[in-house]
Design a protein around this ligand. Structure first.
Ligand code: SAH
Ligand code: SF4
Ligand code: F3S
Length: 461
């Protein structure tokens, strides 16, 4: 099949379909790509068949995530051919972490792909599409150089896009930690922090569009060290303090944090900054010191417990979640028992767990003592069963309590409206959609184990 170069007249109004995999940053980036493309006449659509441009925003973190991309691309190729027969242009772009890591391979395996663009080059999308139209397929997976910060800055089109009540906001990107299992330092590049001025300007725009809760994003969000409004380098908690002053922003969350960067200042901020929600996602990966060392996590089990103790001293009720990898090379039954005992001891409100997946180019992929699939599967079920039990306990413990709930959208059942407690419980009440955007006190009367139901209390906060 030959590469399709468009000779077809392009209409002013064009449709864009973006499909995102992977982490929250990809979700945020999807919005950013739509913003960059809005001035080119692209409007988002939910139906790929209508799209003049399809972007697959990929994730490279585990093998399964990457492999899915190629079957997905096969479907888009068929669609492109059908539309071509009708005289319609369809460009296919691959973005995200697989684009960064395996751009050439993507071109080799799927000839219908027109553009491959890495996460740091989305601001160049209009140019890349133009090049693809005029001179054939193009790849741009350079890491940011002189325009280092441009890729993190959103275009002004942002102001015109309608938003929900909650929004992501990227404040930091990239990772210098090189955990031995992980591709992120290779796909997202070195750690870069945006300036506080840029972040605050974006936060204000979002607040004026009705956003009340911000989740600040970064692969190492608590390692934030951007230029502050006073010209000094600000740590994360200083930035959070400033964002909390913005009219309309009532809640701040952040993800994902690394234990090593959990400073005393940040832990204390959970006590002093009421906008910082009492919920923290703090991946630990394993409970065994031997495995943590082999993972190059640069912290011990004891250090993790110390962090949790300190956090709970300031906010005894703080909800905690984590990520776990089971079956890392060399993980013995004892090492795995250490992971279970860590979970038992801490009691998480939720956690994600994964079978170790060897990734090309990472040190762990070459380590001896890779763990058999059956063992990984057993360990994964054990972690998941324990975490699920804790998640249910966490939800049942909410019965009879009252929480401030930020209402976001229609609830689970008809006539209900749904939102989140400060601790990130999903809460549903009988009520009208007028509640969306409001924070109201709710008394919890029922728990399904994974979400809560309650009654609105009289007072409005
Ligand atoms: N920056 C975050 C997480 C990044 S990736 C951190 O430092 O923790 C999200 C999660 O995917 C990781 O926390 C880890 O649990 C999982 N993960 C990353 N690489 C993996 C691999 N090769 N196999 C299995 N899980 C992996
Ligand atoms: Fe990956 Fe480790 Fe960096 Fe997290 S800290 S993104 S797990 S290398
Ligand atoms: Fe995946 Fe890249 Fe995020 S590998 S998890 S999309 S940083």
């Amino acid at each position: 099949m030959s590469i399709i170069k468009s000779q077809i007249a392009v209409p002013n109004k064009r449709k864009l379909f973006v499909k995102s995999y992977g982490c929250q940053m990809n979700v945020y980036d999807a919005g950013r790509m739509a913003d960059v493309l809005a001035p080119e006449g692209y409007d988002e659509t939910n139906t790929p068949e209508d799209a003049d441009l399809v972007i697959l925003n990929t994730c490279h973190i585990r093998e399964r995530a990457s492999e899915k991309i190629f079957s997905e691309l096969g479907k888009f190729r068929d669609m492109k051919l059908e539309r071509q027969a009708l005289g319609k242009e369809t460009l296919i772009a691959v973005a995200g972490c697989v684009a960064q890591a395996e751009g050439k391979e993507i071109f080799r395996r799927q000839k219908a792909v027109d553009v491959v663009v890495g996460p740091q080059n989305y601001h160049r999308l209009p140019d890349l599409l133009q090049k693809a139209r005029t001179s054939g397929r193009v790849i741009d997976a350079e890491f940011a150089s002189e325009d280092k910060f441009d890729f993190l800055d959103r275009p002004s089109a942002e102001k015109t896009r309608s938003r929900g009540v909650t929004s992501f906001l990227t404040i930091q990107e990239g990772c210098d930690k090189f955990c031995t299992f992980c591709v992120v330092p290779y796909t997202r590049g070195a750690e870069i922090s945006r300036s506080a001025a840029k972040i605050i300007a974006e936060a204000k725009d979002l607040a004026s569009a009705g956003v009340r809760e911000l989740t600040l994003l970064g692969q190492n969000v608590n390692a934030y060290h951007g230029q502050g409004l006073d010209g000094k380098i600000w740590p994360f908690e200083r930035l959070a303090e400033e964002i909390a002053k913005i009219d309309g922003i009532s809640r701040i969350r952040y993800s994902t944090s690394h234990p090593k960067d959990m400073t005393l200042g940040l832990m204390r901020a959970h006590r002093h900054n009421p906008a910082l929600m009492p919920y923290l996602h703090l991946p630990v990966q394993s409970g065994s010191d031997k495995i943590l060392a082999a993972m190059n996590r640069d912290h011990t089990r004891a250090h993790y417990f110390d962090i949790i103790d300190e956090l709970r001293e300031g906010r005894p009720d703080i909800a905690l979640s984590s990520d776990f990898i089971v079956g890392f090379p060399g993980e013995s039954d004892e090492d795995f028992a250490d992971t279970l005992s860590l979970i038992e001891k801490i009691k998480f409100s939720a956690a994600y767990s994964f079978k170790y997946s060897p990734r090309p180019g990472t040190p762990a992929a070459k380590m001896n003592q890779q763990i058999p699939e059956v063992v990984m599967a057993e360990r994964l079920s054990a972690v998941q069963a324990l975490v699920e039990k804790q998640r249910h306990e966490f939800h049942h413990a909410a019965l009879g309590h009252s929480f401030d709930v930020l209402f976001e959208k229609p609830g689970r059942k008809p006539g209900q409206v749904g939102g989140k407690s400060p601790f990130l419980h999903g809460v549903h009440v009988e009520g009208s959609l007028d509640l969306v955007g409001q924070i109201r006190s709710v008394e919890i009367v029922a728990s399904s184990g994974t979400s809560l139901e309650g009654h609105l209390k009289e007072t409005q906060t």
